[in-house]
Ligand binder design. Sequence first.
Ligand SMILES: NC(=O)c1ccc[n+]([C@@H]2O[C@H](COP(=O)([O-])OP(=O)(O)OC[C@H]3O[C@@H](n4cnc5c(N)ncnc54)[C@H](O)[C@@H]3O)[C@@H](O)[C@H]2O)c1
Length: 364
Amino acid sequence: MSRKLAIGIIGTGGIARYHAEAYRKLDYVEVVAVADVVPGRARQFADSLGLRDAQAFDGHEELLKLDLDGVSICTPNVSHHRTSVDALRAGKNVLLEKPMSVTLDQAIDMAQASRQSGRMLTIGFQPRYDPNMKKLQEIVQSGRLGNVYYVETGGGRRRGMPGGTFIRKDLAGAGAMADIGCYSLDLALNTLGHPRPLTVSAFTSNRFGTNKLYHPEAERFEVEDFGVALVRFENDLVLQFKISWAMHMDTLGPTLFLGSDAGLKVTPAGTGPWSGVWDGSIGSMTMYYDDFGGHTETRVPLIEHKINLFDAKVHDFAEALRDGRPAPIPGHQILIQQAIIDGVLRSAEQRREVSVELPASLTE
Ligand SMILES: NC(=O)c1ccc[n+]([C@@H]2O[C@H](COP(=O)([O-])OP(=O)(O)OC[C@H]3O[C@@H](n4cnc5c(N)ncnc54)[C@H](O)[C@@H]3O)[C@@H](O)[C@H]2O)c1
């Protein structure tokens, strides 16, 4: 290609640095502009990374007037909708940080903006780049488990509650469900091939977040710190999904896939206090089945790798731009999990099972 891909970064806080560092490793990409709503922060960010030629703006609108191939959106959840819709309408391709949005309506709007503009909207779920996640998907989709009828996933931290924008309902939408549950849902849905959800019955709780003993911002805590849901899908498949930011327990258990011919137990890698949730790699995979007239189990050999999953997702976006490929993790796929989270919150509030409201863009 004759010229470098011109990239902008919107939101220059913690995660933006990882985007900038990942782009820096590609010789065909240049970060030419950065923007943040806090005056001066974008300039400071660019200078601290040695991006002295990059233009810096105190807001995304001016940045979007530039001739850019793509933007990374690294703002808090509440700004994902506005910034990505504006970027798509301005003709930019978008790599958006997870979770996709605060509400289902926003996610629908974003997917429509992508479709109408013909620009890609890809959502940054880096665990998909773990080769063992791909292997898990291959095993389940190969039919080796037979007919998969039950999946249990999620994860829990004994204590790991963020604060700030993460605990405000209007800014984050949901708590643990949106923050870390989105990874578990993506693992399950992507492995299963994005089945169609029908109903949700859920319970959520905030016993830790609202207790000053456990959270310094207890008085401002408006979201759930724990949630559990039973999601029914087409074709007699159910998913039990549970997630916690805090609990008096060491684990909420492994991820399970039960099929008519075999079952698969999967655990996440990582042993730190904030581990035990699906924001990284696979730690083990064991298949259970009957053979030779008895119960048998096989430890699935894991692929050893040193892939930087975060870099891999940023590089895949850049490669898709360079090679004219479609969005690696398209927004319309992630709409399914937004619809489930929306159902979880409605069901928990109404204390009954509710239908999942599938966006028209998925049903058309
Ligand atoms: N994929 C991952 O592993 C991962 C890890 C951490 C955070 N995240 C996601 O990244 C996003 C950002 O998280 P963070 O930890 O970097 O937050 P942060 O608060 O450190 O940074 C966000 C920045 O965006 C700026 N901002 C807010 N609204 C803006 C707007 N409209 N236009 C431009 N700038 C704006 C803020 O001033 C701030 O500098 C969140 O959605 C979070 O869920 C993803």
